[in-house]
Design a protein. Structure first.
Length: 122
């Protein structure tokens, strides 16, 4: 998937309260083409709704990376930001992903997509 389409997908994920089946499937397919995670495109997209499920995917795809989460919970929706970086030791990390959403799992998912886009091709 080309970068602009991935950016459009990231914007859509950041803006919705709940992913529809088509968007979730597109996110999985896109990540499957960017990451060396076996069978990713074949997984059921429901795990994208759960923070633990998306964090497990980050652990599989980017082992050893730092995950930073900041936010403020509000009634039924929060304001979450997730930052993925290779290390916390350096402020000039080339490979970084940042996601923002009212749903924490979506903020993590967007950060993962962005970080995946920036990785060198395998």
């Amino acid at each position: 998937m080309e970068n602009q389409k991935l950016r459009d997908l990231m914007n859509e994920i950041e803006s919705v309260a709940k992913l529809d089946a088509e968007t979730a499937a597109t996110a999985l397919k896109s990540l499957g083409s960017l990451l060396p995670v076996a069978g990713l495109a074949d997984r059921q997209p429901g795990f994208l709704e759960e923070t633990d499920g998306v964090l497990d995917l980050v652990n599989e795809a980017l082992p050893g990376w730092s995950v930073s989460i900041a936010g403020r919970s509000r009634d039924r929706s929060g304001a979450w930001t997730c930052t993925l970086r290779r290390s916390l030791a350096s402020d000039d990390d080339d490979y970084i992903g940042v996601g923002k959403s009212s749903k924490l799992s979506y903020a993590i998912l967007v950060a993962l997509i962005e970080a995946s886009m920036r990785l060198p091709a395998a």
